[in-house]
Design a protein around this ligand. Structure first.
Ligand code: SF4
Length: 342
């Protein structure tokens, strides 16, 4: 039986699986738990500060409560908080393996980073490449779900989010993931598409702490999400010809301008009317809002989540007002009178 290894973000799981580990994305375990508040409390009682990101505290709580013994922590290309989280996990007796994405998407540097990881885990890149081939079908299905979201309008923004965000670890069983995606695709193909006149939104930024609420609230207000930026990256939409190319084409760990180059053509192709940029409270990535606002020529709502796992009234009002503004804008350009704002 494979040994579980916790991961703190999307990493080259092919290498871990080649070494006989079953990767478990600790973020997904945390956000999928019915005890999220308790997991965060465990971290705060251990001394994690109030002004530390909820995802980091949730990961710590999961490690403590779910008997995780080994964790692969990304020390470069994700989150500076992970470096200190790693030290605390060591203190608690966990086995902690660091992995650093190169500071730029260079295939040679990536090759060396992957070789070092494979060597440390006692496997080879050749074996990891075989695992990459084994995972191709699961990733193809995830990207097909994405296509049915924006092109055919038969998959909801939430289904899209859940299908893609899970591609970081395939919930520990990629064959079961393939079955689930196959079932979803069959169901979706028999659905009536969303009406053409619904506003089309993009969601960019790290995954939200209140996914269910957010996507459903957007739909209740006459819009739908047709692009989940970081989640789509988890499914490796540009796999290249090797693991090193695949993880260079994966945009999240590198310069934000690489992400912009991925986002802009998607906004055009998916005919997006407006963008929601989600930022997590106390996260350095929030500063990237300046770059996105400079590069994206569409109305943008910056939405900050913290440790409320539901969309609170303040955030609901902001989402509703944003969608109303987009409706008025769209009505003005099409010459149709807008529904009055109530
Ligand atoms: S949301 Fe930001 S601060 Fe929190 S874990 Fe992710 S990168 Fe780090």
């Amino acid at each position: 039986m494979s040994k579980t290894i916790g991961i703190t973000t999307t990493v080259p799981i092919e290498v871990l699986m080649a070494a006989g580990y079953m990767p478990v994305d600790l973020n997904n375990v945390f956000i999928g738990s019915t005890e999220r508040e308790r997991l965060v409390n465990i971290a705060e009682r251990a001394g994690f500060p109030q002004n530390c990101c909820t995802w980091i505290k949730g990961i710590y709580g999961v490690c403590m409560e779910h008997g995780i013994e080994t964790v692969l922590c990304v020390t470069s290309g994700d989150c500076s908080n992970t470096v200190m989280l790693m030290e605390v996990l060591k203190l608690r007796g966990l086995e902690v393996l660091p992995f650093a994405y190169p500071d730029q998407p260079d295939a040679g540097l990536m090759q060396r980073a992957l070789e070092a990881l494979a060597g440390r885990l006692g496997t080879t890149l050749a074996r990891a490449e075989e695992v990459r081939t084994e995972l191709e079908e699961a990733r193809r299905l995830a990207l097909e779900v994405d296509e049915l979201t924006w092109r055919d309008g038969v998959v909801s923004g939430l289904e899209n989010h859940l299908s893609l965000v899970t591609a970081s670890d395939f919930s520990g069983d990629y064959e079961e993931y393939e079955r689930r995606m196959g079932k979803l695709l069959t169901q979706a193909r028999n659905r009536k598409p969303y009406p053409d006149n619904l506003l089309r939104l993009a969601y960019i930024g790290v995954p939200p702490v209140f996914p269910g609420d957010l996507y459903q609230y957007i739909e209740r207000n006459g819009a739908r999400v047709v692009f989940n930026e970081v989640q789509r990256q988890f499914a490796m939409p540009s796999p290249g010809r090797s693991l090193s190319e695949q993880y260079c084409n994966y945009t999240y760990p590198y310069s934000i301008f690489g992400r912009v180059n991925d986002i802009l053509p998607q906004l055009r192709q998916r005919r997006v009317d407006g963008v929601i940029h989600y930022v997590q409270a106390f996260c350095h990535r929030g500063i990237g809002d300046i770059v996105f606002r400079n590069a994206i020529d569409l109305p943008m709502l910056t939405l900050e989540g913290n440790n409320d796992f539901v969309l609170n009234q303040h955030l609901r009002t902001r989402v509703e007002a944003f969608i109303d503004m987009l409706k008025r804008r769209s009505a003005a350009t099409s010459g149709v009178s807008a529904k009055p704002v109530t």
